[in-house]
Design a protein around this ligand. Structure first.
Ligand code: DGL
Length: 270
C-alpha cells in the first residue's frame, strides 16, 4: 500500500515528513513537479492540467489516494478534478480543509452551519494563484462567520526556496509580512497557506511577533489522513514501495531537498 503526496516542488515535503512521523509504516510516493514549479504564477487551466498529469502518474505507481500537498493546486484544480477527472476507486484530497477545521475549532467532517469563532482577524500568506482563487475565504465562509481575512500574495518566496536561497526567502518573507501588517496591524492568527512556507516558519513568526499564532498544515493534514485511512483502509493503495519522484533534475532536487529538510533525501526521475 502507498499513498501519493504531490507538490509542485519541495514544499509538500513538510506534509510528507509529518505523515511519516504520524504513520511510520505507510509507504509514500512523493511527486515533485519541479520542472514546472512554481505553480503560483500560472493560470488555473495550466495548474489543472499539470496537477492532473502528476496525479495520473501517482495512480500508475499504485497510489489510489493522492494528497495534493500544494495549496495552489488544491485551490485552483481540486474541485474541478473531483467533478470530472477522478475515476471510481481513486481519491484526491487537498490541504485546505484540515487547516480551516483547526482554525474554526471543528472536528473532522462537522457540517453544521457556520458559527462565530474565537479568531476574528486572520492573516493569510499564500501564492498569487491561491490568493486570486479566494478558495480559502470560500471554505472559511462555510464554517465561520465574522472572520476578517487579509490575504498577502507572497511573490518570489517559492522560487527562492526552490533555488535553495534561504537568505532571499527570509528577506521576502519579512517584506511580505510588513506589507500585510500595513493593512492589518494586529492579526490574531496567521495561516501559512503554501506548503513551502513552513520551511520559513521561523522567519514568519519573527516578523509577525510572538503574540500571533501561526497555523501551518503539515501535522493537521497528517492527522486528517490517519483519520481517513482508519475509516477507509482500502485507499492505502496497492503498491508497497516508497519513492521520491521529480520531473526536474534528480541530483539538483535531491541536494535542495536535503538542504531544506536537513536529512538525506534522494529523488529519482518521474
Ligand atoms: N507548495 C505550493 C503551495 O502550497 C507552492 C506552489 C507553487 O509552486 O507556487 O501552494
Amino acid at each position: 500500500m502507498a499513498v501519493g503526496v504531490f507538490d509542485s516542488g519541495l514544499g509538500g515535503l513538510t506534509v510528507h515528513s509529518a505523515i511519516q512521523r504520524r504513520l511510520p509504516d505507510l509507504p509514500l510516493v512523493y511527486f515533485a513537479d519541479s520542472a514546472h514549479a512554481p505553480y503560483g504564477v500560472r493560470t488555473a487551466d495550466d495548474i489543472y492540467d499539470l496537477t492532473c498529469a502528476a496525479t495520473a502518474k501517482l495512480w500508475d505507481r499504485g497510489c489510489d489516494l493522492v494528497i495534493l500537498a500544494c495549496n495552489t493546486a488544491s485551490a485552483a484544480a481540486l474541485r474541478r478534478m473531483q467533478e470530472g477527472f477522478v475515476p471510481e476507486g481513486k481519491r484526491v484530497l487537498g490541504v485546505f480543509v484540515p487547516l480551516i477545521e483547526a482554525l474554526t475549532e471543528r472536528q473532522w467532517g462537522d457540517n453544521s452551519p457556520p458559527r462565530e469563532v474565537e479568531v476574528k482577524h486572520v492573516a493569510l500568506f499564500a501564492t498569487p494563484a491561491t490568493v486570486a482563487s479566494r478558495a480559502f475565504q470560500r471554505e472559511l465562509a462555510f464554517r465561520a462567520i465574522g472572520v476578517d481575512v487579509e490575504a498577502q500574495p507572497c511573490g518570489g518566496v517559492v522560487d527562492a526556496i526552490e533555488d535553495g536561497d534561504e537568505i532571499l526567502a527570509e528577506a521576502l518573507v519579512t517584506s511580505h509580512v510588513e506589507a500585510l501588517k500595513r493593512r492589518m496591524p494586529h492579526p490574531q492568527a496567521a495561516i501559512l497557506g503554501c506548503t513551502h512556507y513552513p520551511l520559513m516558519e521561523g522567519a514568519f513568526q519573527a516578523a509577525l511577533g510572538p503574540e500571533v499564532t501561526v497555523f501551518s498544515q503539515a501535522n493537521l493534514v497528517a492527522d486528517s489522513l490517519a483519520d481517513y485511512l482508519e475509516r477507509r483502509p482500502e485507499f492505502a493503495g496497492a503498491s508497497r514501495e516508497s519513492a521520491y519522484l521529480t520531473t526536474g533534475d534528480p541530483a539538483r532536487v535531491s541536494t535542495k531537498a536535503t538542504q531544506f529538510m536537513r536529512r538525506k533525501i534522494s529523488f529519482e526521475a518521474a
